[in-house]
Design a protein around this ligand. Structure first.
Ligand code: DGY
Length: 321
């Protein structure tokens, strides 16, 4: 008998077809809405495997309801939406999709940095709103990227890919990370510094560390006070790492010059969120890994992980500690 699985969002046909070869598949059939909690609460009691997205909070309440669940496959590299400790207690394997989204996410991080620095969104709106009268010396002037100083918080795969792009722009690169990376430092001429030094000296601060209790509110009022008035914060990791109230204040008070965010404390971000009223903030709807190729690879990798676990082998991307 095939194992039963539940998929929490409509996936491309090629992925569901693959899963159907090995599993009995039940799926939330909508592409643009998340599965309601009460549906998930019921489904999770009936299946051997769960294929989920970062939009689902798989907390201990949900995990404790399961009786036969063996594998949770998260179609994301970040897995802070899943209570790993609760999964460990129930002997449930949890997997993610590392590696394949690195370059795509680094591309988006760098794009967001450049768009924010050069006021691209503001400039487009300026034309669309009929405000362009003439070329003017200081019109829509921004910050230079080439040759500036970049501070990377979190030197994992994506941090490294962003550092490589920064070197292509002749940037001076500082990084702050739990562990040093001497080989990478030598290869790319990076400088390992403490958080305060990084914040005080960087023109761009890119947040690329995973979300955890340790990194929650890592950038808060004190950190903004350390940053340069001309600096730009870019966050493409997880929302809770940057305190949004403190960011709002820092942008309004001119403690920093601008911010580019792809992630938020609460997603989706409400259109009434005060951050959206600020001209010096560029907001994106969590699209770091959103190229067609990469999203298909992530969906496929998450399917493989689920199949591996359900077939009794240890999945290659097991994240349980
Ligand atoms: C992830 O994978 O964790 C990203 O946030 C979505 O691609």
């Amino acid at each position: 008998m095939k194992p039963k699985i539940y998929i929490t969002r409509k996936l491309p046909d090629q992925i569901t077809q693959k899963l159907k070869e090995y599993c009995e598949v039940d799926m939330w059939e909508e592409e643009d809405t998340s599965v309601p909690r009460e549906v998930l609460e019921k489904k999770i009691t009936e299946v051997d495997g769960l294929y989920c997205l970062l939009t689902e909070t798989i907390d201990h309440h949900l995990i404790n309801k399961t009786s036969k669940l063996k594998v949770i496959s998260n179609m994301a590299v970040g897995y802070n939406n899943i209570d790993i400790e609760a999964a460990n207690k129930k002997g449930i394997m949890v997997t993610n999709t590392p590696g394949i989204l690195t370059e795509t996410t680094a591309d988006l991080t760098f794009s967001l940095l450049m768009v924010t620095a050069r006021r691209v969104v503001e400039a487009t709106n300026f034309i669309k709103e009929g405000n362009w009268q003439t070329w003017s010396p200081m019109l829509l002037t921004g910050q230079d990227v080439y040759g500036a100083t970049m501070g990377i918080i979190g030197m994992g795969r994506i941090g490294e890919a962003v550092a490589r792009r920064a070197k292509g722009f002749n940037m001076n690169v500082y990084y702050y990370n739990r562990t040093r990376k001497p080989d990478l430092e030598e290869e790319l001429q990076l400088f390992y510094v403490d958080k305060e030094t990084l914040l005080k000296n960087s023109d761009f601060v890119c947040v690329l560390t995973p979300y955890s209790a340790e990194t929650s509110n890592l950038i808060d009022t004190f950190e903004f006070q350390l940053m340069k008035e001309t600096s730009i914060l870019v966050n493409t990791s997880r929302g809770g790492i940057v305190n949004e109230d403190a960011l709002y204040k820092a942008l309004v008070d001119g403690e920093i010059w601008g911010a580019g965010l792809d992630v938020f404390e609460e997603e989706p971000l409400s259109k009434d969120n005060p951050l959206l009223s600020l001209p010096n903030l560029v907001a994106l709807p969590h699209i770091g890994s959103a190229s067609k190729k990469t999203r298909l690879k992530m969906a496929d990798m998450a399917a493989d992980q689920l199949i591996q676990g359900l077939q009794g082998s240890e999945p290659t991307n097991l994240v349980n500690e």
